[in-house]
Design a protein around this ligand. Structure first.
Ligand SMILES: C[S@@+](CC[C@H](N)C(=O)[O-])C[C@H]1O[C@@H](n2cnc3c(N)ncnc32)[C@H](O)[C@@H]1O
Length: 294
């Protein structure tokens, strides 16, 4: 049985040369990133952009994989440092060397399991102790060797974390909702931990697909939002991935740790991936200044 990490590597190897297919999705992801940093920008164009007049901005991309859903060439002109995080070091290395030498030095690779539980997934590794797995998912230690970034983006990876858990414990496991909640909570907290004061944390996630919503690919654009809302009302979305619930959950988690000024929701938009169409949203959290400890 392939390990959870190896399964991601196989999938990334299969999609490495499918960059063209990601085009429309990539444009929207780039727009979301641009919006997340634009308000602070003082210098546009090919120069790295300044924040607050004296500091260059940094970006962290979680789940960057092959980099098919971003323009790394462009991002290295927007940000002084770009931290690339994924469980698949080979995919990130491939993405990095597509950027010319020189600007490439702004890209820093961190092969890391951001869920902290992949080593206990994979059917042979899961020991059957549900409570322990849930606790582990909730409290996972994830250490990354860089300073909090001005913009942190998790791009279509959260569903991969939950899919890996579903593969390990089975879709009918009674504790699946609890496990998914623990994974989601840990990921939302990680985004807060990695984001600098007054920065932006962005969760881009797919939440329903044409597998259970076959009309999705053919809907006229102007009907998309309403049709997707109907699917959400009837419970047709991936385990733990209702965008409204994610937003509420994130605000609640932040209240105890890092105050969020507001969360903006963009989308839904459609992402065509092979024969499947996915509906995707972006939640951009605007972090407040860190309160001074009393
Ligand atoms: C659907 S892909 C996103 C598309 C990707 N940004 C690209 O353009 O190729 C999800 C990414 O999440 C990564 N991933 C999945 N589980 C992970 C984990 N536990 N820790 C870190 N990265 C993980 C996968 O390796 C993959 O690159």
């Amino acid at each position: 049985m392939e390990s959870a990490a190896a399964a991601q590597q196989t999938r990334n190897a299969q999609t490495r040369h499918a960059r063209d297919e990601y085009g429309p999705h990539r444009q929207l992801v780039m727009k979301v990133i641009s919006h997340a940093q634009r308000h602070d920008v003082q210098h546009l164009g090919t120069q790295p952009q300044m924040r607050g007049g004296n500091r260059l901005q940094s970006l962290c991309l979680l789940g960057v994989g092959n980099g098919n859903d971003v323009e790394l060439n462009e991002l290295v002109t927007w940000f002084e440092r770009v931290e690339l995080v994924d469980i698949d070091g080979t995919a990130m290395h491939w993405a990095r060397v597509q950027v010319p030498e020189g600007p490439r030095n702004r890209l820093h690779i961190h092969p890391t399991d951001v869920s902290g539980i992949f080593s206990c997934l994979g059917r042979s590794a899961y020991s059957g102790d549900a409570d322990q797995l849930i606790r582990r998912a909730h409290d996972a230690e994830v250490t990354l060797p860089f300073q909090p970034c001005d913009v942190v983006v998790s791009s279509c990876m959260l569903t991969q974390l939950i899919d890996a858990a579903v593969d390990a414990v089975g879709i009918d496991a009674l504790f699946l909702d609890d496990l998914a909640s623990a994974i989601v909570d840990r990921h939302l907290r990680l985004l807060l931990e990695l984001t600098a004061d007054e920065g932006r944390a962005v969760l881009i996630t797919d939440f329903v697909s044409s597998d259970t919503f076959p009309d999705l690919p053919d809907l006229p654009q102007h009907e998309l939002r309403r049709a997707v809302a109907r699917q959400l009302e009837t419970g047709n979305f991936f385990v733990g991935m209702h965008p409204g619930t994610l937003k509420r959950r994130w605000l609640a988690l932040a209240a105890h740790r890092r105050p969020i000024n507001k969360i903006e929701l963009r989308g839904p938009w459609r992402w065509q991936l092979g024969s499947r169409t996915l509906a995707v949203v972006a939640l951009t959290a605007q972090l407040a200044d860190m309160p001074t400890p009393k």
